[in-house]
Design a protein around this ligand. Structure first.
Ligand SMILES: *Cc1c(COP(=O)(O)O)cnc(C)c1O
Length: 346
């Protein structure tokens, strides 16, 4: 079988979520946008609900509807994108809670779904989503009269604890929401959770830390990836491996060709630095990453390995991200649909 094996440890994932909640000593929501960061909303959603999560966050209404199907009626599902034109029936039928981002969205919501729950997203300086302070002051009394389920904002620089933007956004969020008794408040994702108690308010909204990524240094690893070796061969000095002849042997080298590539989210950019493991032996990637195949130096490996490990005990999604000049989030959400996925149950 030439299908690479992606193992997702739901037990580690739930432990990460619980540990972040314990750290914050406040309610923890769960962010499961983008198919639970690429790991599978159908498995991750119910596992987190079983672990105690009662409020979930997705990016768009369609993701919320898919999550509702697997979670059943209990948990609250917030939609970061808010109430977009065309979403009204989905919001109603799947009982989704939009996070209202503008006066236009507020009007659409109260006209289309009077009495239906909503939250408010405030922009405190990131200039991505949320009401501007001026919009909020115009709308605040009307919105509060309808008891929003949540008032939230998002930090732009929370992965840099010393960045002045963190305190600035905290101050703006407090100016916009201090003194409001009836609505819970939320500011922190994973990075904000690690900034300390002042950032926690009534709920944290961790994503990446739950999935085992930085900036949550203490996260348990959640994913491992084992890629089958299709073929091995000896390459003599002067011979090359892969497209563009970008790697040329200087010494006799045993090359394993493994069954995954950039179509599986293994970014071409990581090729020159990437390492795989045969048990405890490091094996360098040779030449360019192809769509479905990668050449790997197995000269130092005893015997013919059946699989090489790319993610797991030895290296994390953030290690791969460093090689490719990106972030763990992008590695996770790029993992393709071609893997055999195994879930270790919580
Ligand atoms: C993605 C997202 C989160 C979760 O962020 P992490 O850095 O993955 O913890 C929280 N809030 C908002 C608004 C988001 O877009």
């Amino acid at each position: 079988m030439a299908q690479a094996q992606l193992t997702i440890d739901l037990s580690a994932l739930c432990t990460n979520w619980r540990n972040l909640q314990n750290l914050a000593q406040t309610e923890a929501g769960a962010v499961v946008k983008a198919d639970a960061y690429g790991l599978g909303i159908e498995q991750v959603g119910p596992a987190l609900a079983e672990a105690g999560a009662r409020r979930f966050f997705v990016a768009i209404a369609e993701e919320g509807a898919a999550l509702r199907r697997v979670l059943g009626s209990g948990p609250e599902i917030f939609v970061f994108g808010g109430h977009m034109a065309g979403d009204t029936a989905l919001m109603r039928d799947a009982r989704l809670t939009p996070l209202i981002n503008s006066i236009d969205q507020m009007l659409r919501h109260v006209e289309g779904l009077p009495g239906h729950p909503f939250g408010v997203q405030l922009d405190t300086g990131m200039n991505r989503l949320g009401m501007e302070p001026s919009e909020w002051s115009a709308l605040r009394d009307i919105a509060l009269a309808q008891k929003p389920s949540l008032l939230m904002s998002h930090l732009a620089c929370a992965d840099e604890p010393d960045h002045a933007m963190n305190e600035h956004q905290l101050n703006v969020f407090r100016q916009l929401t201090d003194g409001i008794e009836d609505a819970p408040r939320s500011l922190a994702a994973t990075g904000g959770t690690l900034l300390g108690a002042g950032y926690h308010f009534d709920m944290i909204r961790p994503g990446i830390g739950v999935y085992g990524g930085l900036p949550y240094l203490d996260a348990l690893p959640v994913v491992s990836l084992h890629i089958p070796v299709i073929q091995t061969r000896m390459v003599e000095p002067g011979e090359s491996v892969g497209y563009g002849n970008s790697w040329v042997a200087r010494t006799p080298t045993r090359v394993a060709t493994i069954a995954a590539g950039y179509a599986d989210g293994l970014l071409r950019a990581m090729g020159p630095k990437a390492i795989l493991w045969a048990d405890g032996t490091r094996c360098k990637v040779l030449g360019r990453v192809s769509m479905d195949l990668i050449g790997v130096d197995v000269t130092q490996v005893d015997g013919d390995p059946e699989y090489l490990e790319l993610l797991g005990r030895h290296q994390s999604v953030d290690t791969l991200a460093d090689w490719a000049g990106t972030i763990g989030y992008e590695i996770l959400t790029s993992l393709g649909a071609r893997y055999a996925r195994t879930y270790v149950q919580a």
